[in-house]
Design a protein around this ligand. Sequence first.
Ligand code: FCB
Length: 445
Amino acid sequence: MVKADFGTDFQWGVSSAAFQTEGAWDADGKGPSIWDTFAHRKGKIKRGHCPDITCDFYRRYPEDVAFVKRMHIPNFRFSLSWPRILPNGIGKPNDKGLDFYDRLIDHCLAQGIMPWVTLYHWDLPQALQDRGGWANRDVLSWLSDYAACVAKRYGDRVIHWMVLNEPTVFTGAGYFFGVHAPGLTGLRNFFPAAHHATLAMGEVGRLLRLEIPEASVGSTFSCSSIHPAGSRRKDVAAAKRADTLINRMFIEPLLGMGYPVADLKSLRGIEKYMRAGDDALLPFDFDFIGIQNYTREVVRHSFFVPYLGARIWPAKHRRVQPVTEMGWEVYPEAIYEMIKKFSAYSNIPKIYVTENGAAFPDTLVNGRVSDDQRVQYLQSHIAQVLRAKREGYNVHGYFVWTLTDNFEWSEGYHPRFGLVHVDFDTQLRTLKDSGKWYGQFLSSQ
Ligand code: FCB
């Protein structure tokens, strides 16, 4: 497999996110985000890890962008920190915050690297959470004002925009299970947050297109290939319900199909938060969809799980090998299956894989990180992307998660996903063997 097999229009990249890398949590007028608050609550982050500094990307971005260049990666996806730009979420922008992204964008462009910008990668300004956050419908106007501000500022230089990162995960983990910020639970938080997130993608998509006519506008969606544990009718039906929740709930309303309530009855609860006219507001014709896949899930019927009647059968209980540091099964066909699944929707113009990667227990020995498992992971997944492309499916790009080891949300610093190793005590960076491999692959003919 060589790069040329994918053709010249195929977009190669690497992805990251502001909160996971920037640090500088209160520098130059930045306001607190829900993740700053949540991470400082006792017991919320494994081993008590603290995100205040993380990779210090805010100050060290030239060094990190140099790695992007060294690996010949033409596209760098990163997110903007909303509270760095608008410390209170709304109102007067913080000039120093805006300046930072000017510097970052200009620096990328000067190195010949295209910036791909995610507007919202989970770090809601705390001031807005104090007013209900995603569960408050006002979030639509808050996010729109923020989007208008950054579109005006960076729209002359940034073409690729993504509205949200993984609405399923931030509403599910943050507003239903309470394991991510802001730590809320239950359907009375989840349903309004989910509906507002879905509406926000269309609303802000329309706004970006107006502000920046030449923009390519998208949003990113987590997805996992869902397999029933066996051929029992009950397990097959459970897998279908899980697939509806995990893979279909957020994308289908945007494609004009409405919420998939027919295949998951308990989703009807979301209708309580819909207002007259919302059906017409939900659809938006994105230029592209980012899909983000790491593994598959094997699902069983479960009488004890309310609303869903299904339970994930974890890889460790299935005794499959290999699994990553996250406990996720390495199952490369999943990415092929997901490209195929999303290609079946007739009205998605382009699909990019905007995240794929793996955490393994890397060690730095004599200046080298020999992360063969990650090399294998990337090779086998990229091969499945090629398989999908060769079969004519709608895939046009692939981005590795992630550039540098960073703060992996409630898991802290333990899972290392980077192509570049970071020593969090000294901030020393080391290109891993996987980064060397990706660089060779991208420079191949
Ligand atoms: C995705 C997130 C990203 C990172 C990876 C491992 O769900 O978008 O920020 O945490 O998982």
